[in-house]
Design a protein around this ligand. Sequence first.
Ligand code: SF4
Length: 377
Amino acid sequence: MQLYHQNTNLKFCLRGTGFESKQATGYNCCNETFQYNDREHGIDRMEPSYLKLYRRGELKRRAEALEARLASCDICPRECHVNRLENEHGFCHSGYLPIVSTICDHHGEEPAISGTRGTGAIFFGNCNMRCAYCQNYQISQDPGHQSSKKMDFCTLAQQMIYLQDELGCHNISFISPSHFVPQLVRAVLEAVPMGLRVPIVYNTNAYDSMASLQALDGIVDVYLPDLKYASDTCAAKFSHTADYATRARQAILEMCRQVGDELILDDSGLAQKGLIIRHLILPNGLAGSRDSLTWLVKEVSTKVTVSIMSQYYPSYLASQIPQLRRKISTSEYLDVLKLVDELGLENGWVQEMNAAESYLPHFEHEGHPFAAEQPQI
Ligand code: SF4
């Protein structure tokens, strides 16, 4: 691993096991590049753009327009057209109120997201995909249990302020938000007058509708999408999402249009605005890494920030599926690292090979779902 890092002229930095934040200080080579971009763009790091939308009344208009779409829901590409205002359920098993499974400070994300004090993670329950290997399956694929976790908007807004003010989190990350975009915007709208001022991170599977993403323009500061598959056939077989590759590519292009292809960091290396694309290496080449990363370079940019993830573990149903029942091999891992080099991708992070051993959340346990990653005090 060190040979890869030392012999390449990429600005990619090797990441610690499970992206542990205490190792983030080892990634300063990325920060130098991004600080340059920061000065170049001259953005106001202290004021996320959603505050400007709030003052103009635009945030309220966006929340109302999104909520109106819940009456015949087309919030994600499934376009179920159920009336979620009346708590009818479509594919995502979710009605009007947001389902919030877990709220915590999370220290295991990319260094530019977790920093030293963690990201304020808000895990939404349920999902608009059905990945057979989902590591969050306890909250994403158990709608019966999740139905007890509805949260009103005022409480959710107060929790955001708690993450910001009491835990000191650097930003608020909405995790698996694609089926709760109207609720996310309503919660931000309620949290602004309470004092919300940190960046908003949209941590998504990328199965997002164009209309919903366009409604988030200026509200989301940092997009953190997956790029799971290059093949719609694989996406249909393993995630029950037959048009995933097509939709995810469209979504990423829209995110890039909004926030640009270069990640803007503040002086301490924290993301203020931009796009980080996560690519989880799957066994047996199922993620289509060459196709996906080649597409990124051709259609987005070599400068786009990429997070290469090796933490695949055969969770949930994967142990019953021959192609998914093992972790990735060393050669599969090294092949993707060589590809990153070959394609000229310049910015991002790579998880170390043993990440799968240490990065499984436990949402059914009492306490923090990522207990193993908490900083040692
Ligand atoms: S958000 Fe849920 S109900 Fe709405 S279109 Fe998507 S899966 Fe269907």
